[in-house]
Design a protein around this ligand. Structure first.
Ligand SMILES: *Cc1c(COP(=O)(O)O)cnc(C)c1O
Length: 385
């Protein structure tokens, strides 16, 4: 029986009619599966992504996580990979060849920019970084050899929300594929495939695993894109670990309740920060001060607990004093775990000139701590500026 997303998260990947079963699928650690007859082995070789065949191709634990992601995100199939970055690079490699042109949003997660500028350049693929504010206007950047449009919405660091339906309409009219990094929203707050995007990618390392203890990527593809991506992840050997798939599936079970709390505390603190004189601007998609806020309100079902503030003081020491004074917010990469984090952002290193105008941008990951405690911490640290 199907239901709303919170119900699907709990019931997915737990088949009925198989006799007494554990609530959680067994964790199958295996490189090798053994077969009694050559006929059985040959049968498995025909559908290696559905039945145990070889560990790199997947184990029942991998399949359970992939099945859950495909169901929750509404895709044809999902593919688990070793990290968010491997999921993204495999997707780009799946569709690009020498002489192709790629459009990548300028607010892209920085390691993806490096992959484009290093590996793809070496392969003879040219990347143009486009303004996240472009909707249908992206048509002007399309060349005869443009093969793929890559989106990330909201983008990393400054959280600009993209007009996904407008970009997809342009891409579809020209037979260009689209892929999106949907890590911030998770399948609960934005459903890219429902908007016509071909491929949705997650750093499951973040909210899906949710506890800062595993690296995991996952790609959900429509039927038309699935085979190419599956071949690419196999070619790269970018398989996800068994423990990691198990942690990803386990994280999915509680994703809704965690995300609702990240959202509520994040909104409370974002609104409070917007009133503070030390803060020039709050870059949170649910606040009108965030570029693309109207698009977020139109297309998204919620807001994650990750956002940035632009400090009013341009003195670099002010930023340092603020960050160093924080107690509950520790300095660290990544986000999506239960703990609050802080990290300085560097939008000035992007490709387009317009980011040079921003003041110091500081990213906050709002964890599951008590909202009043986090607010008090921010208040004392702002006081140190
Ligand atoms: C962290 C992150 C990634 C990369 O994920 P890893 O699992 O760290 O490789 C990709 N996209 C976004 C938006 C991220 O924040």
């Amino acid at each position: 029986m199907t239901g709303k997303p919170a119900t699907t998260l709990v019931s997915t990947a737990r088949p009925r009619g198989t006799g007494i079963t554990s609530v959680n699928p067994p964790l199958v650690r295996a490189s090798t599966f053994v077969f009694d007859t050559l006929a059985e082995f040959e049968r498995a070789a025909k559908t290696p992504f559905d039945v145990p065949f070889y560990g790199r191709v997947g184990t029942p634990t991998t399949f359970a996580f992939e099945e859950a992601m495909a169901e929750i995100e509404g895709g044809h199939r999902a593919i688990a990979t070793s990290s968010g970055v491997s999921a993204i690079s495999a997707t780009l490699l799946a569709f690009l060849k020498q002489g192709d042109h790629l459009l990548v949003v300028d607010t892209v997660y920085e390691p993806v920019r490096r992959f484009c500028n290093r590996a793809l350049t070496r392969m003879g693929v040219e990347t143009s970084f486009y303004d996240p504010a472009l909707g249908a206007g992206i048509a002007d950047l399309i060349r005869p050899n443009t093969r793929l449009i890559y989106l990330e919405s909201p983008g990393s660091g400054t959280f600009d929300v993209q007009d996904v339906p407008a970009i997809v309409a342009v891409a579809k009219a020209r037979g260009i594929r689209t892929a999106i990094d949907n890590t911030w929203a998770t399948p609960l707050f934005f459903r890219p495939l429902d908007h016509g995007v071909d491929v949705s990618i997650h750093a499951a390392t973040k909210y899906i695993v949710g506890h800062s203890d595993a690296m995991l990527g996952v790609i959900t593809a429509n039927a038309d894109s699935y085979d190419d991506i599956r071949r690419a992840t196999q070619d790269l050997g970018a398989c996800a670990g068994i423990e990691e798939c198990n942690l990803g599936l386990r994280g999915l079970r509680t994703l809704e309740v965690r995300l609702k709390r990240h959202e509520a505390t994040g909104l409370k603190l974002a609104r409070w920060l917007a009133e503070r004189p030390e803060v020039a601007r709050v870059l949170h998609p649910a606040l009108p001060s965030c570029p693309g806020h109207e698009i977020w309100a139109r297309d998204f079902d919620g807001a994650a607990g990750l956002f940035s503030i632009e400090l009013a003081s341009r003195d670099p020491e002010a930023k340092r004093r603020f960050i160093d004074a924080l107690q509950h917010f520790r300095i660290g990469f990544s986000w999506g775990g239960y703990e609050s984090l802080v990290l300085p952002m560097h939008p000035e290193s992007r490709s387009l000139p317009r980011w040079q105008d921003l003041g110091p941008v500081v990213r906050l990951q709002i964890g599951l701590e008590d909202a009043d405690d986090l607010q008090a911490d921010l208040e004392q640290a702002l006081g140190r500026i």
